[in-house]
Design a protein around this ligand. Structure first.
Ligand code: ZN
Length: 318
């Protein structure tokens, strides 16, 4: 068969699969499917990773959002990515991984406590055909409200009744310190209160781990302190490839993947966060890992490449 004939058939097969199944086999051996809007499933051999969108918030853009760059530079970066320049849309993307007989959910979204444009996780789990009762572990990267509030609903019930709950010990120790809460500035009071609402009644059941250890077979935690005092990333052994979930190592890709030295207003220790951003990005690239991140673009899972003094995030395509 001639090369052009084979290419033609391959192209045809790709179009058919994409059109009829929403499926696409990429050159790296991954299988990508989008069973519903807001749900993207990537098969990596022994492991399946599914990103589940929990909605977004649109924030008016002001000089505070990026602490150490002129507003005009921030607007130029948004424009270069084809995004509006008067606001920033921040999406929320929990990650579900089926690995080693476990079904692990990393971060749980805003639940019933966020903006009206959020709280989509349970609907998207349902669209993905996943029963919340089938989730065996919930793993938190850090304790900001957009990551933890979905664990328990307004009635107080844990939404994932069979899941073991894992949290980074340094994150727990920082936020659950009552003395620190008492002396915290008024603006941080709500964040401290959220940690107590979510974890207070189930504290005895939360497994705290030291970042660096393997928390479950095939799931290794990686210290990534800076965004918060105990912010933690995870590397999942994926079979054909490893996957890093780096949570809030960056906020939106067009700004902070492209310009890793920029500091988003939510980074509690901007200098440490900046070092972590470059260290993990370089690791993802040198080890050829797939990358998922909570506030990344589109399906929030894809490839990282270098460009100039920064990086580009290229989401997978279903
Ligand atoms: Zn976040």
């Amino acid at each position: 068969m001639s090369l052009s004939r084979r290419q033609f058939l391959l192209a045809g097969a790709g179009v058919t699969a994409a059109a009829t199944l929403g499926a696409c086999a990429t050159s790296s051996g991954m299988q990508v499917r989008a069973p519903a809007a807001g749900v993207t499933r990537v098969s990596l051999g022994r492991v399946t990773a599914t990103t589940l969108n929990d909605g977004f918030v649109a924030r008016p853009l002001d000089a505070n959002f990026v602490r150490n760059a002129p507003l005009a530079a921030v607007q130029a970066a948004l424009a270069e990515a084809g995004l509006p320049t008067d606001k920033v849309e921040v999406p929320f993307n929990p990650l579900l991984v089926d690995v080693g007989g476990q079904r692990v959910l990393f971060d749980v979204g805003n639940g019933e406590f966020g903006a009206p444009t959020t709280g989509r996780l349970l609907a998207n789990l349902s669209a993905a055909g996943v029963d919340p009762g089938s989730i065996t572990a919930v793993v938190f990267s850090h304790f900001h409200g957009d990551h933890i509030n979905g664990l328990r609903n307004r009635a107080g019930s844990v939404v994932f009744p069979k899941a073991r709950v894992f949290a980074p010990a340094p994150e727990w120790n920082w936020w659950m310190d009552d003395q620190r809460m008492a002396s915290a500035p008024e603006a941080m009071r709500g964040a401290f209160q959220a940690t107590r609402r979510v974890f207070g009644p189930i504290a005895a059941n939360v497994q705290r781990f030291e970042p660096g250890v393997e928390i479950l077979p095939g799931v290794k935690s990686v210290p990534a302190f800076g965004h918060t005092p105990g912010h933690t990333a995870f590397v999942i052994e994926g079979g054909s490839r490893r996957l890093m979930y780096w949570a809030d190592t960056t906020n939106v890709a067009a700004l902070f993947v492209r310009n890793p030295d920029w500091a988003v207003m939510f980074d509690m220790d901007p200098e440490a966060a900046r070092r972590v951003r470059r260290r993990l990005a370089d690791l993802v690239i040198s080890e050829k890992m797939l990358l998922a991140g909570y506030h990344l673009t589109g399906p929030a899972i894809g490839e990282l490449t270098t460009r100039g003094s920064g990086y580009d995030f290229i989401p997978v395509k279903a």
